[in-house]
Design a protein around this ligand. Structure first.
Ligand code: DGL
Length: 267
């Protein structure tokens, strides 16, 4: 039996939860959404790192065997610190996404989209070029995608217009592979693919992370008993909005959502 902690700035990490749940049906999952302090994508590295340490420490104290940082911004800024602070394995979404992109590209031109923070951190760009220095990486931040997804406007003409505006420069650069480097973006795969052209491969960091996580657990003797695992969802603001938007993400009602408080400065 394995107990996993997954955290995000809010509801977006449910894209990661969904893939992890599919890969590990027997795992107990403790999901933490920091809805009182969302968004992370516009905050400084220091702030996001501090929040990540608080939540990682909280999850570890709750008894999880491993922590998954579902939030791309938190993965980009805080994974190294969190790994040094926590005595349990910590997984992020950046490296699995970067590795999948390097494997997938034919022309060596990879696009990365994410929050302002993720793009500014250079984490994906570094991870990709460390794996293969010949790669050219073109990155763009697409902040409006987050509220559009939360509004449920997944196939709306407005979303398509916004996507054209954001993705134009990447198309001009000739990317053949595009990393969806934000929790929310897998929800827009259809629109993004329509705009980029279906020949461009979209890399879903959430999916790649679940694959890596399962590989690690299998290799390290964690047994997934294939029984149905339990879910606990904790949020730092009122559960209602998390439940409403969560339904857009998962296509089902979320049970067992509780509000909790993390003490300021708790590390
Ligand atoms: N979860 C964030 C990410 O993947 C997006 C939302 C936010 O800015 O907090 O980067």
């Amino acid at each position: 039996m394995i107990k996993l902690g997954i955290f995000d700035s809010g509801v977006g990490g449910l894209t990661v939860y969904k893939k992890v749940r599919q890969a590990l049906p027997g795992a107990d999952i403790h999901y933490f959404g920091d809805t009182a302090r969302v968004p992370y994508g516009t905050k400084s590295a220091e702030t996001v790192t501090q929040y990540s340490i608080q939540i990682g420490t909280y999850l570890q104290a709750s008894g999880v065997d491993a922590v998954v940082i579902a939030c791309n911004t938190a993965s980009a800024y805080a994974i190294d610190v969190l790994r040094s602070v926590l005595p349990i394995p910590v997984f992020g979404v950046v490296l699995p996404g970067a590795a999948a992109a390097v494997r997938s590209t034919s022309n060596g031109i990879i696009g990365v989209i994410g929050t302002r923070g993720t793009v500014a951190s250079g984490a994906y760009q570094r991870a990709i070029t460390e794996l293969d220095p010949d790669m050219k990486v073109v990155a763009a931040h697409c902040p409006l995608f987050v509220p559009l997804v939360e509004e449920g406007w997944l196939l709306d003409p407005i979303t398509q217009e916004v996507a054209i505006r954001y993705l134009e420069s990447l198309m001009e650069e000739g990317v053949d592979t595009l990393v969806l480097g934000c929790t929310h973006y897998p929800m827009l795969k259809e629109v993004i693919s329509m705009v980029m052209g279906h020949e461009v491969t979209l890399i879903d960091s959430a999916e790649e992370t679940a694959v890596k996580l399962k590989e690690y657990l299998d290799d390290n003797g964690f047994v997934d008993e294939a029984a149905s695992g339990t879910d606990l969802f904790e949020v730092t603001d009122l559960p209602q909005r998390f439940q409403d938007v969560g339904q857009v993400f998962l296509g089902r009602k979320l049970e067992n959502v509780q509000q909790v408080t993390i003490v300021e400065g708790e590390e």
